[in-house]
Design a protein around this ligand. Structure first.
Ligand code: 5AD
Ligand code: SF4
Length: 480
């Protein structure tokens, strides 16, 4: 690929992505970037989304932009004029899946030379990914990253009208772009970004590089978005950030923080407020006290611990100790009785010994988690831990994961069991995946509930009496 093949050719740099300047974050207005109209007329698109809720929320923005450009969503891949893969870089297997999919999509390009194939999201923020696309996937037409979604109209103009390939990835710290259109996937549950980026630099994690510096949206913008969602009849919002507990730490002109946002949302007529993800080091007692007010603040907290051993936590740069985590969990349980806690755990971090892993197991036993996402450590090029010796044999990593999962699954079951015989409120999402006479939705404690009932309950919050707890879900009877 020669440089002059494309108008835009800006490659990523993980070294630049690491830098953090003190400058204020610029807030941009998407309307200034909506510089071409109707370019998608008679064209269809599809987006495949990988990874976390941040990517899901970004895909809703990308879909919103495409629809504003008059693209329509395509029912199948065969019909699509534009296919975008919104990718995740957090572990190697997420990346391998995307490369596998790109290989598979080559046939669609062969069948339809006018098809535009694009890759966006976290993977393009990594040099090695862009180099690999340039070397092996020359049929990819469009590559952009997490910082420049708002420039999509311009990119499409170049690709569609000038028939040039676009590769543009910014590694600078990122801005905040307001007024992006959104095509939300769900009519009752909405994602609300409250901040972007991450400044934690956990040593294993690529996110601070792919998503840039931590920057908080103004409370005015967030609350206005929530008001709009309320007016549209939404029941539930989930506040999104890599570390929601540090919301506002970057404000230079005000002292408004996460607890203030929760307090403001507590008074709003929205039925359910959730948030993810929390960082234990920034979860203060004032925030717990606000959550203890209950009401629309849901009794469910996802609190990643990653490891139960101090030495490993230190080498992960998590900035809390096992004891501090245990005390935080105890305080949360004390102030919010009945709260449901889940976590994230990594096994096989470089240098993790059997004894250190046992500390993770014992912490899981003590914390009464009702669920966990568990991962085998995956080396990410450019992160500090990539310099550590990845010395735990894969067979040991797998055995640890299995032992951990057995314990975690018992927690899921125990967490469900406590609702047997109780009535719970369920926001009905739709029919169960396996049986369309069965309705499915989530309770306030974020438990999946299945029950039989009329389809017109979908989108409503209903009362269900729980009759039986399974490991992964609850069975119940519709109560009204
Ligand atoms: N290897 C394995 N798991 C990881 N996570 C983040 N980076 C890595 C990695 N390099 C996990 C953490 C985090 C979750 C979103 O993904 O547990 O909380
Ligand atoms: Fe990654 Fe740590 Fe930031 Fe979470 S807090 S996104 S694990 S660096």
């Amino acid at each position: 690929m020669s440089k002059d093949y494309s108008t835009y050719f800006v490659k990523p740099s993980l070294r630049d992505a690491r830098k953090r300047k003190r400058d204020d974050t610029p807030t941009l207005d998407f309307n200034d970037y909506m510089n071409i109209e109707g370019i998608g007329k008679n064209k269809t698109y599809t987006i495949e989304t990988y990874g976390c809720q941040g990517n899901v929320a970004d895909s809703e923005k990308i879909a919103g932009i495409l629809e504003a450009l008059e693209f329509t969503r395509s029912a199948t891949l065969d019909d699509a004029d534009l296919i975008l893969l919104n990718t995740c870089a957090v572990r190697a297997n997420a990346e391998n899946r995307v490369f596998g999919e790109l290989g598979r999509l080559k046939q669609y390009k062969n069948n339809n030379p006018d098809l535009i194939l694009g890759v966006c999201g976290c993977m393009p923020q990594e040099e090695h990914v862009v180099n690999k696309i340039l070397a092996k996937y020359h049929y990819v037409d469009l590559v952009f990253g997490t910082h420049n979604i708002h420039r999509l109209p311009t990119y499409l103009e170049t690709v569609l009208l000038s028939k040039e390939r676009v590769i543009e990835v910014f590694s600078e710290e990122g801005s905040i772009v307001e007024n992006m259109p959104k095509l939300r996937d769900n009519a009752k549950k909405a994602w609300v970004n409250i901040m972007y980026g991450c400044d934690e630099f956990c040593t294993y994690c690529i996110v601070p590089y792919t998503r840039g510096k931590e920057r908080s949206r103004s409370p005015e913008h967030i609350l206005a978005e929530v008001d709009e969602l309320i007016a549209q009849g939404y029941h539930e919002i989930t506040l999104l950030g890599q570390n929601v507990n540090s919301y506002g730490n970057d404000f230079t002109d005000r002292t408004y923080r996460f607890k203030d946002l929760l307090a403001d949302l507590h008074t709003k007529p929205i039925t359910r407020v959730r948030f993810t993800t929390s960082h234990p080091k920034d979860f203060d007692t004032e925030t717990i006290a606000i959550l203890a007010r209950g009401g629309n603040l849901m009794p469910y907290i996802h609190l990643p611990v990653q490891s139960g051993n101090d030495r490993v936590l230190k080498r992960m740069n998590r900035k809390y100790t096992r004891q501090e985590y245990l005390e935080l969990v105890a305080e949360i349980h004390r102030q919010i009785p009945g709260v449901s806690l889940t976590t994230d755990i990594i096994v096989g971090f470089p240098g993790e010994t059997d004894e250190q892993f046992e500390d993770t197991l014992s912490l899981v036993e003590r914390c009464n988690f009702e669920g966990a996402f568990t991962f085998i450590y995956s080396k990410r090029e450019g992160t500090p831990a990539a310099q550590y010796d990845d010395d735990v044999p894969i067979a040991v990593k797998k055995a640890r994961l299995q032992r951990l999962n057995t314990l975690v699954n018992a927690g899921y079951k125990r967490g469900n069991k406590r609702f047997e015989g109780h009535t719970v409120k369920v926001l009905v999402d739709g029919t169960s995946k396996n049986d369309d006479t069965v309705l499915a939705g989530y309770s306030e404690h974020n438990k999946l509930v299945n029950f039989t009932g009329p389809a017109d309950l979908i989108g409503h919050i209903v009362t269900v009496k729980i009759t039986e707890a399974k490991t992964w879900y609850l069975w119940g009877e519709y109560h009204g």
